[in-house]
Write a new protein. Sequence first.
Length: 453
Amino acid sequence: MRLFDRDEGGPDRPLADRMRPRDLDELLGQERIVGPGTALRSAIERDEVRSIILWGPPGSGKTTLARIVARRTRAAFVPFSAVLAGIREVRDVMEKAASLRRATGQRTILFIDEIHRFNKSQQDAFLPFVEEGTIVLIGATTENPSFEVNAALLSRSRVYRLERLERGHLVAAMRRATEDSERGLGALRVDLPAQLAEQIAASCQGDARAALNVLEFAAASARPGADGVRKIDEDLVRDALQRTTLYHDRAGEEHFNLISALHKSMRNSDVDAALYWLARMLEAGDDPLYLARRIVRFASEDVGLADPRALTLALAAKEAVHFVGRPEADLALAEAAAYCALAPKSNALYAAWSEILGAIRKGETDPVPLPLRNAPTALMKAEGYGRGYEYAHDAEDAVTGMACLPERLAGRRFYRPTSRGLERTIAQRLEAWAEARRRIERDRPKGEPPTGG
């Protein structure tokens, strides 16, 4: 029940696996959670690790930390892949861990890679064993554990969030690999110029595994010179990178982080940031129709009547996606996003709609006032349907004193325009109509009830 009994430095293993840090001093980055004096580092060094969830992007060191724990612990250490295992395998491991605890008192540390792929029943199977201390759980996930790990299991674990590695960390990892003759490429005498190391690091988005994979491919493709040195040039790096694989999970947290960044950049009128986040999502392979829907939504929610043309342009971008497809439609989406970012902003319509829905859901649903009802039959006319209706086109300024809301809501203001964009004119128009209604009310003969109450 030990982890990785095979030779981790074997020449046939991928470079990223061979160069995986063997102890905390070799680990690059993550000083916030495993730097000197941190609680997790102390627990690992004392072999007192309790159940933890390691949450972070690919290549940030989650599995590496688990391997470091495996080397230091005296407990049985069992690796488990949520991709390959089912509920039967889960129960089998739990039974073996319980038997080991009863027979020897030895605890079992269970490492579950991609724990977010386990369903609720599989995660529930661990819970009693974690509670009674039979197993210590180390879960690794790229997804937000708040959504992907059962609340009961999460409450019994400490979550550590690993950050994406910085470019300097990736450059250092590649430099270490080119110099290490035991596990790395030192014997091949690889020459990786500094500017190309920076280029690889920039393209790999904090993923050390991806950077070392690119380095390994480029080194294997480089031909030794007369001096035996394999010099990596720009063409080899370009070929190895081919097309940057942006870290983005269309169903996961990063997807929502990116769309949130796009929406909030447009709301903040930052056109450069809006275009950047839009491009990030398109280049990562996000559905262009999903992006079009979000821009349409933004045009209604955040621009609204301050500039109604934003909605028209957003819908036109959606049609462009249907009509011409990618990549040509990308520019139409960019035009719509840029227009929304540059447009005057108002959420007055959104706020009014929310307030109206709230009133309806609280039961403020009185009958339609009689003057607003059609009266196609004699009975309906006899019941007063349509009585007191005032035809707006016959009135000065095409506005009457007739109340159109139910009596309980009479005079209630839901839509309150801002002073930005077209809403400044709308606010002036509304005030003029309100004054016209007040004038009508003042001029109404005494004792005559207002219409539509």
